[in-house]
Design a protein around this ligand. Structure first.
Ligand SMILES: Nc1ncnc2c1ncn2[C@@H]1O[C@H](COP(=O)(O)OP(=O)(O)OP(=O)(O)O)[C@@H](O)[C@H]1O
Length: 297
């Protein structure tokens, strides 16, 4: 089953069309990262999917519900955490969890309490008196306690410190491993890499690419070699001519080469230079992001 299927979504703010036919899928059990520059429409997309923002066109299918059934009908089956988390300032975490029990058919107090403990959320303090990160932690513990099949999380790590970001990543991976699905937006790419298995890149009001993140990173390899000596004249031109080589840079005895696809031909060419050490790694997501989205929202 596909947890979320969006086709041709059109949405406006006033006279400005923000989404111009966006297509997106969140497969069941996946953590899909919605990536795009500030103002590209990530929040608008999440809100439109849930019927919280009007759609001017396109279709949305949530879980196994009929097409375009959103709004109150998805309540209890999908949980949305907006940017900054939405909490009731007068209520404590415990009373939030009491509300959760009434709203969500699959509510798990155990998971809510475990998540709150992991994220160090005080249970008996009014939410209005929590710090920014604690408030976000409460909103996330509540969402995890909901045990809904689909979570939509808008910048869920905003306000969390590095330790709590790591803990949240573990909680979400465990959540998805039970067959639940997550769509999240984030600007913190190294974090997305350790957490999401898919990326959806939003630009110009459309999803310009949906890809498995491992496949995407494997499209380019970064090869770094330590040479025994300064590169002989002409060698860099020979390396640049090797099939697949896109970029080649030398700093002292360190050579860094970006290769499209498998680096076999480059490694063979490098062997002639008798390198002291050679390391290959897939390109960071930040490079793919810059290639796909760099420049425009
Ligand atoms: N309430 C609003 N009224 C008018 N325009 C809005 C409103 N909310 C958003 N917009 C506009 O819609 C566009 C998309 O905004 P949106 O918040 O969906 O982007 P985003 O990708 O989530 O951005 P960010 O990464 O900064 O959170 C922006 O150009 C923004 O100015």
């Amino acid at each position: 089953m596909t947890a979320l299927q969006v086709a041709g979504l059109v949405a406006r703010h006033g006279r400005r069309t923000v989404l111009r036919g966006a297509d997106l899928q969140v497969p069941q059990g996946s953590i899909t990262a919605l990536l795009g520059q500030n103002g590209s429409g990530k929040s608008t997309l999440m809100r439109s999917v849930l019927g919280l923002h009007p759609r001017q066109g396109g279709t949305v299918r949530v879980l196994d519900l009929p097409e375009n059934v959103t709004g109150p009908q998805v309540r209890g089956r999908v949980t949305y955490v907006p940017t900054g988390g939405a909490v009731m300032p007068q209520e404590t975490a415990r009373t939030h969890f009491e509300f959760g029990r009434r709203i969500y058919p699959r509510w798990s107090l155990e998971r809510a309490l475990e998540s709150a403990a992991d994220l160090h959320v005080p249970l008996d303090q009014r939410a209005g008196r929590l710090s920014t990160g604690q408030r976000m932690g409460l909103a996330l513990a509540y969402a995890l306690g909901s045990s809904t099949e689909l979570l939509l999380l808008d910048e869920p790590t905003n306000g969390l410190d590095p330790d709590h970001r790591r803990r949240l990543a573990q909680l979400l991976v465990a959540y998805a491993s039970n067959g639940n699905s997550v769509l999240l937006s984030s600007h913190v790419l190294p974090e997305v890499e350790g957490l999401a298995d898919r990326g959806a890149f939003l630009r110009g009001g459309r999803i310009i690419l949906e890809a498995d993140l491992d496949d995407l990173r494997a499209q380019h390899t970064i090869v770094q070699a330590i040479l025994p000596d300064v590169l002989p004249a002409g060698a860099i031109q020979r390396l640049r001519a090797v099939p697949g080589v896109q970029d080649c840079e030398v700093q002292g005895r360190t050579l860094t080469v970006q290769v499209q696809g498998e680096p076999g031909a480059l490694l063979a060419a490098l062997a002639d230079l008798k390198p002291v050490d050679v390391q290959s790694k897939p390109q960071p997501l930040a490079d793919a992001y810059a290639d796909l989205l760099g420049g425009a929202a």
